[in-house]
Design a protein around this ligand. Sequence first.
Ligand code: ZN
Length: 374
Amino acid sequence: MPRLGRRPLLGLGLIAAVAAPSLARAATLTGATLAATAGRARLTLAIDGAQRWSIRAHADPMRLVIELPGATWRGAATLRNAGPVRAGRFVAADGVLVLDLAGPALPSIGPAREGQITIDIAPVPPPRFEAAIRAGRDVLAGTARSAGSLPLVVLDPGHGGRDPGAIGTTGVQEKRIVLAAALELKRRLEAARTCRVLLTRQRDVFVPLADRVEFARRRDAALFVSLHADSAPGARGASVYTLSETASDAMSEALAQRENRADIAGGLRLPSVSPEVQRILISLMRQETRVGSNRLARLAVRELGEEVQLLPNTHREAAFVVLKAPEIPSALVELGFLSDPRDEAALQQGAHRARLSLALSRAVKQWLDSTPTG
Ligand code: ZN
């Protein structure tokens, strides 16, 4: 039976977290400029916070309507003409910025900067503009954030200290492989400037499972990714796990049971938790969190599949204690299995770990792009 760590997760903290408002927030628009360059117009919106936006084209009169749901305005409500844009005005009640066009023109994303939405608007032949209207969907969309509001991603290198995790046939220790992979993934994500990144451990130290979860919860993390390279007889390739009360298969159940004993391996004596309490915990986990976890798993499977060999039925489920934060979408990635000599050899190679971290960084970035986090 999976056990919880020494700090019970069920308590006031958890109830408060479940009752907390959605992480999705809207920003304050602190400034807007419209500038003409070489027949185009560049719209720059300065934002404070995180803001989702999308643009649709309309005819009669020709317009581009930028939807900024929930945004509050500070500053000028009108914009003067530039390039193909005749005029712009905010309609605060609808959360939209309307750009009246002098002729058919469509937007593209301008140079990305923290705290800005930058959109270039260029003239296009009438048929292209008409096609964009007929398509009846957004011609462009994205999420922008200001520096202070970059979402936090917590990476959790499994095991550490007295708990080496799995040990390969040549003596390679899981705790070392996953720390190296986590540090590389952190570097990649930070270089892309789409999130802040913290690790639950930066060194070879033992961290109890519940502390790993609490670490992310205390800091209001947007995402939690646990990295492992366990042993499982006959298994080879990368795989991704999300939380479920019942495991998707026997191997995943065995993996979760072994992982959940990490605290014992690290020398902790644990109070046992009744199955009833566990059921309550899991049912309290928000639907939103589950949806977010599953989306992360799908993206990770897709991106990992571009780079490395996968375990069949790559997205699996089991009751991993470390995935039990009720408000933080979480996934556990087995980078490979140290019980397989080919995986063991690959995981020791920097080039292979680079492919893994590249794939995971793409998955995390795509997840953040499609999730408005405050
Ligand atoms: Zn592990």
